[in-house]
Design a protein around this ligand. Structure first.
Ligand code: LRH
Ligand code: MN
Ligand code: MN
Length: 423
């Protein structure tokens, strides 16, 4: 039996209970059809580097059956997408995941109904045989020869992405300094800008350059693109094809990310997201596992801001996961992350916007909170499940993954000591 047939037969067993929950919820809402249509369209890109068990610098405990190459990573995302129908694309990190045979890779992805989202460059690690080191940075480096090497790599990644029909290059730099005095901030920024200008000039007409920021790690004194202000400054100087990418883990604790998102949207400079969750720093934990309310508030700003600018929720910006997992099955973890994103999105769609606007205008703070929390405290899981069901996905993706013994099958095929390539 094919995977989709197995999923359908599992669904049949759960259908009556699901119908009961869904109809009870739909009876309380006025916008069920609209929310369902939006949920069915919404897709989140899966990072090629999240399909193996992550580790820390102190160790790594592999789970078995991990994908050993890009083809097997595509198969894992294919399984995920068959289960939840919301992971229809993949984001590749290069050189961790370089297609040997682009046509074959495109065909494999196509067979699973997948496409390729943004490609990510890597100038934060030295690769074997690389002539110059990135020990002291890449695009910001004091030596123009190192900068040129890093620019060349980014242009090469664009070329690889073109062959896969990607439409964006995502750049994250670890460039920074560990000690005061180590670096001239302005010169580092200027060098970064000039390097990015060269990369920008190599972008195809319909491509975008997404600039990620992060306050610390691996540098612990200063990072050259350390916050959204620095990223936005660069994006504005570069031009209309450049925008700021928000990775949720790349903020100091308690930063008001939803406010950043709202202003970037207003400026037309929000490239998209790397979703994850964190308690301390760039923890890369499962989306929604620590602070689901923050995720909901971010989606409130997204829905409001995108509607205001008449942007298509599903396609106007990049939706991606960037998480890793020390102790979970990576596919289960990704299923949980996508689910958390869709729950937050559905809740944000339920906010009574006209009523909120009136309450804001009247400075009725209590009412504002009541309106937001009425949406947040709605259990929208039957709605998200119904959207999935209508797309032929599983009513309960994690449950189906387990009941169908998918990890055991993968382990039998790939071996219990198979370790994912890349990060
Ligand atoms: C940096 C980062 C960035 C990288 C990825 C592997 O912390 O978030 O997006 O490309 O991790
Ligand atoms: Mn990231
Ligand atoms: Mn990160």
């Amino acid at each position: 039996m094919q995977l989709t047939e197995k999923i359908q037969s599992l669904n049949e067993r759960q259908l009556a209970a699901h119908r009961h929950r869904f109809e009870f919820l739909a009876g309380q809402l006025s916008s069920t059809a609209d929310v369902l249509a939006k949920l069915r369209k919404f897709q989140v890109a899966i990072p090629s580097w999240a399909l193996g068990t992550g580790g820390t610098r102190f160790g790594r405990f592999s789970g078995g059956g991990e994908p050993r190459n890009l083809s097997e990573k595509i198969a894992d995302v294919g399984v995920l997408h068959a289960l939840n129908r919301s992971g229809g694309s993949m984001s590749l990190h290069i050189p961790w995941d370089v297609p040997d045979d682009v046509e074959a890779i495109r065909a494999e992805a196509g067979a699973w109904g997948l496409r390729f989202d943004a490609v990510n460059s890597n100038t934060f690690q030295d690769q074997p045989g690389q002539p110059l080191s990135y020990k002291f940075g890449s695009l910001h480096h004091v030596d123009s020869a190192v900068r040129k090497q890093a620019v060349r790599h980014n242009i090469e990644v664009i070329r690889q992405g073109e062959a896969l029909s990607s439409k964006a290059l995502s750049v994250w730099l670890s460039d920074g300094s560990n000690f005061p005095g180590q670096l001239n901030f302005r010169r580092a920024f200027q060098n970064t800008l000039e390097s990015l200008q060269e990369i920008y000039a190599a972008l195809p007409a319909d491509w975008q350059l997404w600039i990620e920021y992060k306050p610390f790690e691996p540098n612990f004194y200063a990072t050259t693109i350390g916050d959204w202000g620095q990223s936005l400054l660069l994006a504005n100087k570069l031009g209309p094809k450049a925008a700021t990418l928000v990775d949720l883990g790349h903020h100091l604790p308690n930063t008001n990310i939803e406010q950043i998102v709202s202003l970037l949207l207003m400026e037309g400079k929000l490239a998209g997201f790397h979703f994850n969750d964190s308690k301390y720093g760039d923890d890369d934990l499962t989306v929604g596992s620590i602070n689901p309310y923050q995720l909901f508030l971010i989606f409130c700003e997204l829905v409001e801001g995108m509607d205001q600018r008449q942007m298509d929720h599903a396609t106007a910006i990049g939706w991606m996961i960037d998480a890793s997992h020390n102790v979970k099955d990576p596919i289960e973890d990704l299923l949980q992350s996508v689910e958390a994103i869709k729950i937050a999105y559905a809740q944000a769609l339920l906010v009574d916007r006209p009523a909120l606007q009136v309450a804001q205008q009247e400075n009725d703070t209590v009412r504002c909170q009541e309106i937001l929390q009425a949406a947040y405290r709605t259990d929208v899981r039957p709605l998200v499940a119904e959207a999935r069901l209508r797309e032929n996905g599983a009513l309960d993706p994690v449950g189906a993954f387990r009941t169908l013994g998918i990890r055991n099958e993968l382990t039998a095929r790939r071996g219990s000591d198979a370790i994912a390539t890349g990060l």
